[in-house]
Design a protein around this ligand. Sequence first.
Ligand code: NAP
Ligand code: GDD
Length: 373
Amino acid sequence: MSKNIALITGVTGQDGSYLSEFLLAKGYEVHGIIRRSSVDYRERIAHLEGTPNFHLHYADMGDSMSLVKLVGKVQPTEIYNLAAQSHVQVSFDAPEFTADVDAVGVLRILEAVRTNHLEKACKIYQASTSELYGKVEEVPQNENTPFHPYSPYAVAKLYGFWIIKEYREAYNMFCCSGILFNHESERRGETFVTRKITLAAARIAQGKQDCLYLGNLDSLRDWGYAKDYVECMWLILQHETPEDFVIATGVQHTVREFASLAFHYAGIELRWEGQGIDEKGIVASVSNPSLSHLIGKTVVAVSEAFYRPTDVVNLWGDPTKAKNKLGWNPQTTSFEQLVQIMVNHDMQKVAADHVASVMRTNLAEYLEKGIVK
Ligand code: NAP
Ligand code: GDD
């Protein structure tokens, strides 16, 4: 039997790390693309480095030559194209870079496969996004809902979606898009709203932060657990025909609801007062007497700095096709479980960071006083 060889772009990201674990457990040989940076910071995959079937290679989505050479060397049977400048707000500040990586980068991967004559041997998964629905034209959104991208990120991803479809039809390649709705985890980047909230709730509960500043609290998202979603990426490539799928939980919540629940799991009950820019989350009660000094304090406030020039405010996915055709269960992890997993993780992280910082301060003092040499 021929070996399954996966090439993952974006292997250091949230999804790349979970997908690597998933594919390694299935016996795949996994190759990941990393890019050079001044600090080698690969926290999410550090535990996988040294695993016999796990290999990392330097390349960049902006560098065709590196991609062509790597695809030729690895001879993948499946490519998961997850690499992207994935932050919507950042795409307003760096639109050209976002277009290069998120749009033309997809074309570079497709051409790398063609240049190496692997069109028939290699399947390609493209990380498409619910941001394509943008200024939504219907709720909930399914595979037939019209797209209306509403940020430079979404416009770049729209090119990625269409070029995948074009190569499927023009060259008969097995390439597909997973239109994934927001998926989060304890490995989520710290500037996405969910992780920003769970980290802040943990810090506020442990006296390390006074207030959390957010943008649009009314924004609605369909949030799932990233660990559950990587299974779908694989299922999409195992389906008999190349097709695009919406991957979502089918349940919607506001940013405000996410914040209330995260603070709840950190031992703090919030009440909300005011509207728009003046809205505040105030501590109504606490589960532990050691937090009683927080009662009546404002711990969440709104800042215009986190408003976007155009914001996508009503994402709600219909995962019926994935459920029926791929046999995927969209509710493996509930919204409540997801928030609890993230808060529990961040409560421990904040406590551990505190211990490490005390130890560093003590060590510096001991060195200065000559107590340790
Ligand atoms: P993420 O944590 O931001 O990871 C992005 C990955 O892309 C990182 O490994 C990053 O490498 C890599 N990357 C960025 N620019 C690159 C370049 N020029 N060359 C090579 N690698 C580059 O994103 P994620 O949440 O895992 O999402 C994975 C993919 O799914 C992305 O394409 C995202 O747009 C899409 N998506 C995500 C969601 C979601 O809710 N998470 C939903 C729909 C679609 P560094 O570590 O070096 O920065
Ligand atoms: N980041 C952030 N920070 N977002 C905030 C904040 C804040 O302080 N306050 C409110 N929001 C709102 C945003 O305006 C947006 O409506 C919503 O929270 C979610 O923002 P993000 O968590 O940054 O995610 P996103 O939905 O814009 O993008 C993520 O999901 C997409 C799929 O729908 C990213 O992972 C994209 O890569 C992905 O395609």
